[in-house]
Design a binder for this molecule. Structure first.
Ligand SMILES: [Zn+2]
Length: 206
């Protein structure tokens, strides 16, 4: 995506993420791949509901700061996602309430309980708790990304989702969050049932 357009859509989706309650306070960060091997990423310490286009940080995919504000401290995991898979055009890191509940309890989110979750999220890969922003944390995220996971559950922290574009990444997070809410409610009714391997096979078209 060209830089000017990327700035516009990034801001638009930052507002939606904030309005949905997925990035409360100054939390969360969002990045978009820009033509020519660069990335636009939200700046450190700024509310996504109020971030301005000129505050966005422009970086090379290897991490050199080109322009804009100081980028988020979680930039390395975004750049790792963009470098690992050329089909990834956008990355969202969120602290949303339902996924957050699983993350803080250290419980996996089993996407095999509903066909839509299994199809659109794949298996939600878990990343153990490691200090956010540390080298070890980014290495653990990169390892999970290499397994081709496009929805990560970061224990003690939140989530990381990838999409071909920002719209797809947003939809994936929206679904992931809603699904996590369904699993939580299902707990009141005795817990969600996992589909059988045969059922899952059919869902994926055999
Ligand atoms: Zn975070």
């Amino acid at each position: 995506m060209r830089e000017a357009e990327a700035r516009e859509v990034l801001i638009e989706y930052c507002r939606s993420l904030y309005d949905k309650g997925y990035v409360p306070g100054i939390d969360g960060n969002v990045s978009v791949r820009v033509d020519g091997g660069k990335a636009l990423i939200t700046p450190a310490g700024v509310c996504k509901g109020a971030v301005a286009e000129e505050e966005l940080a422009l970086l090379s995919l290897s991490g050199e700061h080109i322009s804009g504000n100081k980028p988020s401290s979680e930039t390395p995991m975004h750049l790792a996602a963009l470098r690992t898979d050329n089909n990834v055009g956008a990355v969202i890191h969120a602290h949303s309430p339902n996924i957050g509940a699983f993350a803080l309890a250290g419980k996996p989110i089993d996407t095999r309980c509903a066909p839509f979750a299994y199809i659109h999220l794949g298996i939600a890969q878990e990343v153990p708790y490691i200090t956010p922003g540390s080298r070890e944390f980014h290495d653990a995220v990169e390892k999970a990304l290499k397994e081709r996971a496009h929805a990560l559950l970061l224990f003690g922290h939140g989530s990381l989702v990838m999409g071909r574009d920002i719209g797809e990444a947003f939809n994936k997070l929206d679904l992931f969050e809603a699904y996590a809410g369904m699993l939580l409610r299902a707990q009141l009714l005795g817990g969600a049932k996992t589909l059988t391997n045969e059922e899952l096979k059919q869902v994926k078209g055999g």
